[in-house]
Ligand binder design. Sequence first.
Ligand SMILES: CC(C)(COP(=O)(O)OP(=O)(O)OC[C@H]1O[C@@H](n2cnc3c(N)ncnc32)[C@H](O)[C@@H]1OP(=O)(O)O)[C@@H](O)C(=O)NCCC(=O)NCCS
Length: 140
Amino acid sequence: MRDLFPSPYTINDARRFIARATGPSPGLLLAIEVQGKAAGGIGINPLNDTYRGTAEIGYWLAEPFWGNGIMTDAVRALVPVTFDRTALVRIQAGIFSNNPASMQVLEKCGFVREAVHRKAITKHGMVMDEVMYVRFRNDR
Ligand SMILES: CC(C)(COP(=O)(O)OP(=O)(O)OC[C@H]1O[C@@H](n2cnc3c(N)ncnc32)[C@H](O)[C@@H]1OP(=O)(O)O)[C@@H](O)C(=O)NCCC(=O)NCCS
């Protein structure tokens, strides 16, 4: 997760997030619900300027729900909806090299490993690579 994601996460962080998700943002921010309870989130963030045909996909799931295929289902569901509703040609995700589960999710959803940005990430004082995964409109 990027440092932009608050940790610890407070009730005010949640209120700010809901205001953003339900406001006039160009992207899409959705809750992941499991048996009626919020379990995580997934979003599409379109980039600007000459990157306007590209969006980033981002997601997180609360730990008790890991390993049940939930995020694979969520990404698999969101990708076609995104291409259907927008003119985007590319969806990308820059995965920290210490997150093989996230890479596995993307691979199961038809994303391909495009590049490794060496030492691009600094998180909790650790420098690591970013692995760029992509899926294109015409891959469908
Ligand atoms: C990464 C994350 C989204 C995965 O969600 P999930 O619902 O548990 O994912 P799924 O169950 O759909 O799939 C996970 C896959 O990773 C695999 N996996 C889990 N840990 C792994 C590891 N250490 N090495 C390799 N593969 C691993 C699982 O076996 C599974 O693959 P399989 O179905 O082929 O067996 C979730 O762990 C999470 O939210 N983590 C914290 C936030 C985060 O990292 N967000 C992504 C930022 S890019």
